[in-house]
Design a protein. Structure first.
Length: 143
């Protein structure tokens, strides 16, 4: 059986997404997501029609946002997170997110076949993605 690595991280913003305090973070969403989409070992990421997950509610608190992605391996995730331009955004996270009082991220192995329709998501978020498809492939096919 083949496995992929799923990651989730949850953060509470210091201000709403439309607040100027968060503008620098918001401006980097599309470039960083495009970087992830094209990264070696990238499989899938949570996103809505907006192209990111900031408008997918995680809790009743509108300042809490979630990021979830699937990678072929821990090495692929590590290379993206710490050896690509993503590291610049990661280093600045204290400007946009409150300091977490408890663990706010997790990783785990998942069977590679469930990427087709992840059970931890409603079908509205995984609709149109097939196993192995990248969000960028979906956009190309739709365009």
């Amino acid at each position: 059986m083949n496995y992929h690595l799923a990651q989730i991280n949850i953060g509470r913003l210091v201000a709403p997404l439309d607040d100027p305090k968060i503008a620098e973070f918001v401006a980097q969403l599309d470039p960083v997501n495009a970087l992830a989409d094209s990264a070696p070992g990238f499989v899938w990421r949570l996103q809505s029609d907006s192209g990111n997950a900031t408008d997918i509610p995680y809790s009743d608190d509108p300042l809490v946002i979630v990021n979830m992605s699937v990678w072929e391996s821990m090495e692929a995730l590590r290379d993206f997170a710490y050896r690509s331009d993503h590291i610049r955004v990661f280093r600045d996270r204290a400007k946009w997110f409150e300091k977490a009082e408890k663990p706010n991220y997790a990783t785990g192995l998942i069977c590679s076949t469930i990427v087709q329709d992840p059970p931890f998501l409603g079908s509205e978020h995984s609709k149109g993605l097939s196993r192995g498809d990248k969000p960028s492939d979906k956009k190309k096919a739709a365009g």
